[in-house]
Write a protein that binds this ligand. Structure first.
Ligand code: RIB
Length: 306
């Protein structure tokens, strides 16, 4: 893929090597627990979302940074395997990002990220700007420095592309960034933090009044969609057995961006993304659990026929 060819989905985001400890329960402060296992998986919210978009069949480009180390080589291989265009990924002297993840018996997790190379993405290069002006859909998270996220949103928005922000990990989002979004995707915790209220309904209503379209994901309870400040749909999630929720939100976002790039309407894109996320919680690890397009389509076909 050349740098000036139009690309369906561009992800500006983080890439981490995840080190996942399986435990019966999340440790309390000051406590030492023995894990059942420790495994390493490709991850990072940006990379997970890029893999989800690519496996959902969108031509996908990734803009971010990797270290010149073993983890960087492994994550670059992950991008290649998924068919992601990584020509704009910087290789830097800082170590590749790492995430330390504890997953308990119910599939819930806690995550600590050592940003490393991700933190070096403080601005955009000329090639980044050219690609961002040509992309149909830009998808970002908040695991890179905010300055890069703001610049990317501004370039794609000004060029007429669709801009999606997944406000994860949660932090206050500047008004100027909210103004450049076509879609904001948040989970309950992120909605309350970004929407500045402990009451989810109040926070959602506030956020819905600030962005064109809002998706509030509710885990196994599905998601709520708002358009122009008004709730327009509730999407139910299929009932599944949860093994590991790591990367489920990322799978939702990547699949959602792919569906929007493909021309699906808001509710259909959310249904598609919900099916993808439901598949992802049934396996361990972030990238390894991201489903292929055929599996997502099969879930949707089964639900339609049921
Ligand atoms: O959303 C899950 C991701 O958060 C993990 O893959 C980890 O790397 C952190 O970025």
């Amino acid at each position: 893929m050349s740098n000036d060819a139009p690309v369906g989905v561009t992800i500006v985001g983080s890439a981490n090597m995840d080190i996942v400890f399986a435990v019966d329960r999340i440790p309390r402060p000051g406590e030492t627990l023995l894990a059942d296992s420790a495994q390493r998986f490709p991850g990072g919210k940006g990379l997970n979302q890029a893999v989800a978009a690519a496996r959902a069949s969108a031509p996908t480009r990734f803009i971010g940074a990797l270290g010149r180390d073993e983890n960087g080589a492994a994550l670059a291989a992950t991008m290649d395997d998924a068919g992601i265009d990584s020509t704009l990924v910087r290789r830097v002297s800082d170590p590749t990002g790492q995430a330390f993840i504890v997953v308990d018996g119910s599939g819930e997790n806690t995550i600590i990220v050592a940003s490393g190379a991700n933190a070096t993405v403080t601005d955009l290069g000329e090639g980044d700007r050219e690609a961002l002006a040509l992309t149909a859909v830009l998808l970002m998270q908040l695991e890179l420095p905010l300055a890069a996220v703001r610049s990317a949103a501004s370039v794609t928005h000004t060029a007429g592309g669709i801009v999606i922000l997944n406000a994860a990990p949660a932090q206050p989002v500047p008004r100027e960034l909210l103004d450049s979004l076509d879609y904001l995707v948040v989970n309950e915790h992120e909605a309350c933090l970004v929407g500045e209220s402990a009451d989810l309904e109040v926070a959602s209503a506030r956020l819905a009044s600030l962005v064109s379209r809002l998706v509030v994901t509710l885990g196994s309870a599905g998601s709520v969609l708002f358009d122009d400040g008004v709730e327009v749909a509730r999407i139910a999630a299929p009932k599944v057995t949860t093994v590991d929720t790591t990367g489920a939100g990322d799978t939702f976002c990547g699949a959602f961006a792919a569906a929007i790039a493909e021309g699906m309407d808001f509710a259909d894109a959310a249904r598609f993304a919900t099916a993808a996320a439901a598949l992802s919680v049934q396996a361990v690890g972030a990238v390894p659990s991201v489903p292929q397009r055929a599996a997502i389509d099969a879930v949707l076909t089964d639900r339609t026929e049921a």
